[in-house]
Design a protein around this ligand. Sequence first.
Ligand code: ZN
Length: 338
Amino acid sequence: MTTLTILDAVPAGLLDCEARNLHALLGSPTLIELPGRSGAPLFVSALIHGNEDSGLGAIQRVLRRFAGAPLPRPLMLLIGNVEAAREGRRKLPGQPDFNRIWPGAESDIDSPEARTMAEVHRRVIEREAFAAIDIHNNTGRNPHYAVLCVKDARVMGLSSMFAPKGVLFRGLPGTQTASFSGSIPAITIECGQPGREENAQAAGRFLESVLTLAELPSGGVRGDEFELFHTLVQVRVKSEIDFSDDQNRSWLRLEGGLDRLNFEPIDGGTLIGRTNHPMPLEAIDEGGRDLASAFFSVDGGELRLTRSAIPAMLTTDERIIRQDCLCYLMERLQVERS
Ligand SMILES: [Zn+2]
């Protein structure tokens, strides 16, 4: 079921429910609108990708912390893909990606899921939310970081409250953060790998601190250590490429442990994998152009990076590579400090 359920109280059992069992409690994407002492609501979304459970853990932590007491400000909580969460998957086969169907999306715009997200979007904008925070996890090893679509002082300040790293990315069409950017301060927080208590705790601490803020910091980033990166390209493996080296087909075998390179500057010449294809990757920039030949080369069956770059979300998990991408390549940007 994909119709939106709207609740005005925390349903019994939510605080102790695991992501896998939420479907029995909620059944469909659910928006929980809770009152608070004053001010505009904070909008938080979790499980937009069903296997990424830190957001649920963070929400449970915040609700437990304020149990029996009024919230400092109203809260709008979206719990997204409970059907995929049941299977521990990003999305189910046949479902659109719940983070590609928000207003501004280019595909699946007539799907019931897109209508559901549009309804949430309308309600959040109508209430002039304080901020929108979308909570995700990565498959590979990555530090915690925020993703922001605009280089705005309040958005930068919000990002630096979560982690000392931020990625400026105009966003793929239809991501939640892109859909709110320009209307209300919006960020995605990437909380490392799912299934780890410390990641849910970090997200929960961040939500608590945002909830208790009277105003967003308007002076930009906090502290000296905040680093801002800019996404140059999203790197995908071409759909005709196999991951096992069957000599009759086009294949790519990635080097092991590549995800240890996330957020590390890597030099031109770094070996990415071996292949029998002239160029198994595409590297798409924000304008939709394929720049693979500017970033990669294949020589003697060796796929290498040809210029220095900083990867993020680099993963060797085949399913995630198919459903999302191999990685993003980034450069570092200067940060003005207040
Ligand atoms: Zn995600």
